[in-house]
Design a protein. Structure first.
Length: 318
C-alpha cells in the first residue's frame, strides 16, 4: 500500500507565509514582495537550503504566483490579495472547455501539482472554442485531489494530481502567459516565462545541494569525502555568484530590452549547472559511504530530494 503523501508541517508552511515566499514575484498592491529577479532567486535558494519539500513548494508556488502579472487587475486583486494565496497546477490541457455566461466550465485530470494541499487555486491550460490556447485558475473548492505520488523524494511537497468536472472559471480568472497586464505586472513579467523558469530551477537546485552540505558535519567524513564536500560547496558558491551576475544583467534589460535577452546563455548555464552539480553530489554520495544512505540521517533525505529535483526536464540536454 502506498504511503499517503502529507503536506508541509505547519512550522514550515507558516515560515513560508510569514516570509511571503510564495509572493516573491507579485506586486506590492496585492500583498506581494515585488522583488527583482536577483533578489527573488536568492530567496528561492535560501528556502531550498532549509528543507527540500519546502523549497520545492516555494519554487513552484512562487513560480505559479508569478502568473499574477498576466491576470486583469480585477482578477489579480480577487486571487492574490489573500496573504496565503498559492497557485498549484499543471501545464496540461483540459479535456473539455465549455463557454458559458461570464466564463467557462473546465473538466479534466492533471498530475503532480506541487503544493496541492495548501493551494488556493489550481491552474491548467485549455483550448477555447475559438481555438486559442489560454490558462485558467480554478478555485480549490472545485478540485478533487488525487493521491498518485509514488516517487522517493519530496514526500511533504503534496505534489498530487487533481481533477475537475465542469468547474466554473469566471472570465477574469483566464490569463495568457507572456502577455503582461498593465494593472497587475511589473518588470519581471516581461521576462519570457521559459527564462524565468530556468532561472528559478537553477536557484532551487543550488539550494537543494546546499541543503545536503548543511546536513553533514565534515568530522563525520573520511578525508576523501571531506574533499568532495568542499568541492561541492565551492561549486555551489561559485555557481550562485554566476547565476546572480546573469540575473542582474537580465534584470537591467527589463522591460524595454526584453527582446535582447540572450536566452541561449541562460539555457546553457542551466543545463551545465545541472550536469556538474549532479556529478559532484554523486561523488560526495560515493565517498561519504553509509552516512548518505542512512534513512535516519538528514543528509540522506536532502540527497533524495535533490535527486528527484534534478530529474526536471529543464536540466536535461535534450
Amino acid at each position: 500500500m502506498n504511503q499517503i503523501q502529507k503536506g508541509l508541517p505547519d512550522q514550515l508552511l507558516n515560515k513560508a507565509f510569514n516570509k511571503a515566499w510564495f509572493k516573491l514575484f507579485v506586486r506590492k498592491e496585492f500583498n506581494g514582495l515585488q522583488l527583482s529577479l536577483p533578489d527573488g532567486l536568492e530567496e528561492l535558494q535560501n528556502a531550498c537550503q532549509i528543507n527540500g519539500s519546502l523549497g520545492w513548494c516555494v519554487n513552484l508556488g512562487a513560480g505559479a504566483n508569478y502568473f499574477s502579472g498576466f491576470f486583469s487587475g480585477k482578477g489579480a486583486k480577487k486571487i492574490f490579495t489573500n496573504a496565503e494565496c498559492v497557485l498549484a497546477g499543471s501545464g496540461g490541457l483540459a479535456e473539455i472547455v465549455e463557454e458559458v455566461e461570464n466564463g467557462f466550465l473546465i473538466s479534466g485530470k492533471w498530475g503532480k501539482a506541487t503544493g496541492a494541499i495548501h493551494a488556493t487555486y489550481f491552474t491548467c491550460n485549455g483550448i477555447l472554442p475559438s481555438g486559442e490556447t489560454v490558462s485558467f485558475a480554478i478555485s480549490k473548492d472545485q478540485v478533487r485531489l488525487i493521491d498518485d505520488w509514488q516517487l522517493f523524494g519530496m514526500k511533504q511537497s503534496s505534489s498530487l494530481g487533481f481533477a475537475t468536472e465542469k468547474a466554473f472559471v469566471p472570465s477574469e480568472f483566464v490569463f495568457r502567459i507572456n502577455e503582461p497586464e498593465i494593472e497587475s505586472s511589473y518588470e519581471i513579467h516581461h521576462l519570457p516565462f521559459n527564462c524565468f523558469a530556468q532561472f528559478s530551477m537553477t536557484a532551487a537546485i543550488i539550494g537543494l545541494a546546499e541543503g545536503i552540505i548543511q546536513n553533514i558535519t565534515p568530522s563525520e567524513l573520511k578525508e576523501v569525502a571531506q574533499k568532495s564536500l568542499a568541492e561541492l560547496k565551492n561549486y555551489c558558491d561559485n555557481t550562485a555568484k554566476t547565476l546572480k551576475r546573469t540575473a542582474e544583467k537580465v534584470w537591467g534589460q527589463l522591460p524595454k530590452k526584453a527582446t535582447d535577452i540572450d536566452t541561449l546563455e541562460i539555457e546553457n548555464l542551466v543545463k551545465q549547472t545541472g550536469i556538474e552539480i549532479f556529478q559532484k553530489v554523486n561523488q560526495l554520495y560515493f565517498d561519504a559511504g553509509l552516512i548518505m544512505a542512512d534513512e535516519k540521517h538528514l543528509a540522506h533525505e536532502s540527497y533524495k530530494d535533490f535527486m528527484l529535483a534534478i530529474q526536471h526536464s529543464i536540466f536535461k540536454k535534450n
